[in-house]
Design a protein around this ligand. Sequence first.
Ligand code: NAG
Ligand code: NAG
Ligand code: NAG
Ligand code: NAG
Length: 276
Amino acid sequence: MSPSILITGLAALYLVSGIQAHVVMNTPEPYGLHTGVPLLQVNPLDGVTYKYPCQSKNFQYTAPTIVEAGNVTNVNFTGGAQHGGGSCQFSITYDTPENGRLNENTKFKTIYTIIGGCPAHFTNEMDNLPALFHDAEQRQDSKHCGNDSGIDCIRNFLVPLPKFLKNGPAVFAWTWYNKIGNREMYMNCAPINITGGTGTDGNMAEFDSLPEIFIANYPNHPQVSYCSTGDGEPQILNIPNPGRYGRVIENPDEPNAKPKDYCSNIPPATALPTFE
Ligand SMILES: *[C@@H]1O[C@H](CO)[C@@H](O)[C@H](O)[C@H]1NC(C)=O
Ligand SMILES: *[C@@H]1O[C@H](CO)[C@@H](O)[C@H](O)[C@H]1NC(C)=O
Ligand SMILES: *[C@@H]1O[C@H](CO)[C@@H](O)[C@H](O)[C@H]1NC(C)=O
Ligand SMILES: *[C@@H]1O[C@H](CO)[C@@H](O)[C@H](O)[C@H]1NC(C)=O
């Protein structure tokens, strides 16, 4: 057996021996989707094995996705357990991975926030879609909508990229607060190469003014103290500081219970964000 076949085999084993499949971003192609050990896992961040940011351990990739500031970029997912959908954010950092990882203090700036329906909406949200398919690395997959509004299928989103981005290499992230199941935080990251942007090193004010992504249900962050998004399910999270750009697809919910460590900055479910 050649070393590369052995490594691929080990990576696949590592993947399938993990706990039940959830969802990964497949486009733009994230670090570790098809290459590296370990491969990108379907698991939430846990502060130990899967650290902030980006599961923190495998920043190998084949090629960055070329994206165009002022245009949209397609974001798509693979998944066997969609946890009823949820709320999600898309963000960018210009920090570059060094020695195979990004620093735990890396700040991701929010370019788009979706409240509810990310990446799916269900007639019966307690059921996951049948895992009829799997990807090349044996991650489970289900039926795809082919748009951002289908019901009972995995959606993809055309996420607008602000014109004021700076050109060149960057890291794009999807962070996800699932609706059903344990209160968790998922994060996948992809290498991108930005073109068509107007930002420059001397003129990043608009980018810098974007809010940082929301970090919760996550222990062991060096700067963000732990807080929880609540107890119980279902819960569409009303993500705090969602930024200027985004959509409300499903109305947010109050959690069934607010534990002592509930994140105090989560707005009431009735306070819908306003987006440009
Ligand atoms: C720009 O957006 C269009 C869809 O409106 C898409 O077909 C095209 O690939 C995008 N270009 C880039 C570089 O992402
Ligand atoms: C979105 O996709 C679903 C499922 O594929 C389809 O039934 C629906 O008509 C599509 N909606 C739009 C607006 O294209
Ligand atoms: C989304 O990903 C799935 C699984 O790879 C693929 O079958 C589907 O064509 C993709 N859809 C879009 C719109 O990118
Ligand atoms: C990014 O894309 C530009 C324009 O296509 C290219 O000149 C540059 O080499 C690319 N940079 C990286 C890091 O891929």
